[in-house]
Write a protein that binds this ligand. Structure first.
Ligand SMILES: [Zn+2]
Length: 446
């Protein structure tokens, strides 16, 4: 009896110790709740804290690769089948159980040469010609974790806010993994690129001299999470397929609301700000929403005219926190669509990726007999046309105003690249049309 009792006590102790140890790394009681909420797959289940957050991994994962699959197994393409099959894939990928087994965070398996080169690149992280694609390769696909961790650490934010390094790393790994690596464009590398651009803007003299550590932390976290769990299709696709997220957010800033709520969910799950006062945590969460929601491109004109009015009246005063946060919104908007402001080599790669994502959506729409979204039809649109329109109607007007606000070498460099890149796309378009004229059969063979 005595031995049995000692053995039971020992077992209880071992269980307690292992659960505690796991708690320190990746589990605690509230995480377990979150885990089961995810497993139940019910988006209606909310956080107990009273503030609505999105359940992570809740989005039915749409894997467009099946459209290009030449597998002998015929896959039925009814929307319902896609959803049922791929929700489970998404669940597998996002489940912490499986994440634990399949840790993709393999920074440490890189040899020293790669790590050394990645570290070297980080010394120039504030340069506008920073090559995020190369950095992503050097970090074995961990660009978002490595870059954001470095920026927070290098700028003294970890010390200033007394952030727990383990929780921070855990938060960033979850953020990175909740981006869909299968998306050609809206993936963690885009988030890393936007975070790097945001950092460049935060370093601009006007911002650097008046922004507080809180603003910098807010800006960098907003940039890193601004497209979290992006499904690789746009809002209109979600609305016309009656997706539950469209219903949940009443067809308004559907994706941006989802990115924000997902980010808040991860902040809470990681406990990154658990040591802050409830008031500060709530302030951080709502300000994060304020900034991320500004990336809704359908509200571009609204923000732009507000920006113009402020500049015309010369009334922006960065001592005022409301004005600083408005500038954070504008900075994130610029960072989000800054691809044409990069060098041609980088800009061209981004253009190819975004076009690929648009055309995949168009392919799904065609196969499912849905109306084809503008710019998504590979039969009528092309990369050069899409880029020229994007630059003319969205990028140039925004960056012209940004240069009025922050007239620096960086803003002039960005406008310079925009002009050159637009000219290159125009040149390619002309070449294309002259070769079509020269060869009447071009259309049939294209
Ligand atoms: Zn984005």
């Amino acid at each position: 009896m005595g031995i049995a009792l000692i053995w039971s006590i020992a077992l209880i102790l071992i269980k307690w110790i292992t659960s505690k140890r796991r708690g320190a790394i990746s589990y605690d009681s509230s995480d377990q709740t979150a885990l089961y909420i995810r497993m139940l797959g019910d988006v209606r289940v909310r956080s107990r804290a009273g503030f609505e957050t999105e359940r992570r991994g809740s989005h039915p994962y749409i894997d467009f690769r099946i459209l290009h699959s030449h597998s002998e197994i015929e896959i039925s393409l009814s929307a319902r089948n896609i959803r049922r099959l791929l929700s489970f894939q998404r669940y597998l990928r996002s489940s912490r159980f499986f994440r634990g087994v399949n840790a993709q965070n393999s920074l440490y398996i890189l040899d020293d040469g790669y790590n050394g080169q990645a570290k070297c690149m980080l010394e120039k992280v504030g340069n506008w010609n920073f090559d995020i694609f190369l950095f992503d390769r050097l970090t074995n696909g961990n660009s978002l974790v490595s870059l954001t961790f470095h920026l927070l650490s290098h700028n003294g934010l970890i010390d200033h806010f007394q952030l727990d390094m383990v929780k921070l790393r855990r938060f960033l790994v979850m953020v990175q993994e909740d981006y869909h690596s299968q998306n050609p464009y809206h993936n963690a590398v885009h988030a890393a690129d936007v975070t790097q651009a945001m950092y460049c803007y935060l370093k601009e003299p006007k911002l650097a001299k008046s922004f507080t550590p809180w603003d910098v932390l807010l800006g960098l976290i907003a940039a890193a999470t601004h497209d979290l769990d992006h499904p690789g299709v746009n809002q209109s696709f979600l609305i016309k397929t009656n997706h539950y997220l469209a219903t949940l957010y009443k067809n308004t800033s559907v994706l941006e609301n989802h990115h924000w709520r997902s980010a808040v969910g991860l902040l809470r799950e990681s406990g990154l700000f658990a040591h802050m006062s409830a008031e500060d945590r709530q302030r951080m969460e709502s300000q994060l929403g304020f900034i991320i929601l500004a990336t809704d491109i359908s509200r571009q004109n609204e923000y732009l005219s507000q920006f113009r009015t402020h500049l015309d009246r010369g009334e922006l005063c960065l001592e005022n926190s409301a004005h600083r946060h408005f500038i954070l919104q504008m900075a994130l908007k610029c960072a989000d669509i800054c691809n044409p402001c990069r060098t041609w080599e980088l800009s061209k790669q981004w253009s190819e990726k975004v076009t690929e994502e648009f055309f995949y959506q168009g392919d799904v729409e065609r196969k499912c007999n849905l109306d084809l979204s503008p710019l998504c039809d590979r039969l009528t649109s092309n990369i050069a046309n899409i880029q020229i329109g994007f630059i003319t109607y969205l990028v140039e007007p925004l960056f012209v105003e940004w240069a009025r606000f922050s007239n620096t070498r960086l803003s002039q460099t960005m406008l310079g690249h925009v002009g050159l890149n637009k000219a290159s796309w125009k040149g390619m378009l002309q070449e294309r049309s002259s070769s079509e004229e020269a060869d009447p059969a071009f259309d049939d063979t294209d």
